[in-house]
Ligand binder design. Structure first.
Ligand code: MN
Length: 325
């Protein structure tokens, strides 16, 4: 059962020391909504931090707003550990110790695949919200906080990234309404934020994108596109894996593609990012391999598996997924 925005706001207003946990491989919604909430809590005189254990991707660095920390012992007493834009322990891996410090555990998320291993003292999961940033915006308003320019930038970044610039089918009138409110904040400029997020790719990243795109495999009469970011591609182009983020968007822009899968090879695992266009249930496909996400945007990780084996396991499932109609 979901707690109401109002009751969550009331609980949060009563707490002084809060740690916020965005998910691993953080995206604009994870770090944007985490920093927005952190800034709002600080504006109420509370101590709050966004607990991370990996660098914030370069194109999202402006969303840190002085909120992030990697220090497990940053607060003496943690009254609340709050999971944001995710709801299971595997999504905050490497930060379990810090998570356990919270006397209360809370969760604000919009992913429909629910983890059951945590007993939250309060939680709100809205699968119909395009971004966790939308829910966080409402919590911030319910706490009576002013939407500062920094908070507005964070919320806008959260919504624009999770809706693919308001193009994905998860976009609702509320996404636009909240964005509309942000335009009224003095100094707010959506173009500036979009340019920071989308227009700071390195030349090498563009080279990597070309390399991956020119080697795509197609299945199911072109309905499924599969790409690979191998360690070799990274070496050859001098890129890091976080620079591969936009490639799947390009794959989805190909005419006739209903589903896309981008494999990302690391030393010890293979991560599959999945996207669907209209009917392909990618969350279901990902869940077959212990992953999850949204219907049209999901992912899973193959631990200790070669890229070849991951492909062998995944592609038949994806062919069925794009043919399921
Ligand atoms: Mn999200």
């Amino acid at each position: 059962m979901n707690d109401t925005i109002k009751s969550i706001a009331t609980i949060m207003k009563d707490l002084d020391n809060v740690l916020i946990f965005p998910h691993v491989n953080m995206d604009g919604d994870a770090i944007g909504s985490a920093s927005a909430l952190c800034l709002a809590l600080r504006s109420l005189g509370k101590k709050a931090y966004v607990m991370i254990n990996e660098p914030v991707p370069k194109n999202l660095d402006f969303l840190e707003c002085g909120c992030t920390t990697t220090d497990d012992s940053v607060l003496d007493d943690v009254q609340l550990s709050l999971m944001l834009d995710c709801n299971g322990m595997n999504r905050i891996s490497g930060r379990e110790k810090a998570w356990e410090r919270g006397r209360l555990k809370g969760c604000i998320d919009h992913h429909s695949t629910k983890a059951k291993e945590i007993r939250y003292d309060f939680s709100r999961i809205e699968p119909k919200s395009a971004a966790t940033g939308e829910i966080v915006y409402n919590v911030i308003k319910a706490m009576g906080c002013e939407i500062t320019l920094d908070i507005a930038n964070c919320i806008f970044a959260a919504i624009t990234t999770d809706t693919g610039n308001f193009q994905h089918t998860n976009t609702t009138s509320r996404s636009h309404e909240i964005a509309g409110h942000l335009y009224k904040i003095e100094g707010f400029n959506s173009k500036v934020i979009s340019a920071l997020i989308y227009d700071r790719k390195s030349k090498n990243a563009i080279k990597m994108e070309s390399e991956v795109i020119s080697n795509l495999d197609f299945y199911a009469d072109g309905k499924l596109a599969v790409g690979k970011v191998t360690q070799e591609v990274l070496r050859k182009t001098g890129c890091t894996m976080d620079e591969a983020d936009g490639i799947i968007v390009r794959m989805m822009s190909i005419d006739g593609v209903e589903g896309a899968c981008l494999f990302k090879e690391t030393d010890s695992s293979v991560r599959a990012s999945l996207r669907g266009r209209s009917y392909a249930d990618m969350a279901k496909a990902a869940s077959k391999f212990g992953g999850g996400g949204h219907t049209l945007a999901a992912g899973c990780t193959f631990n200790g598996m070669s890229l070849e084996d991951a492909e062998k396991a995944m592609i038949p499932v994806l062919i069925d997924t794009v043919n399921a109609r």
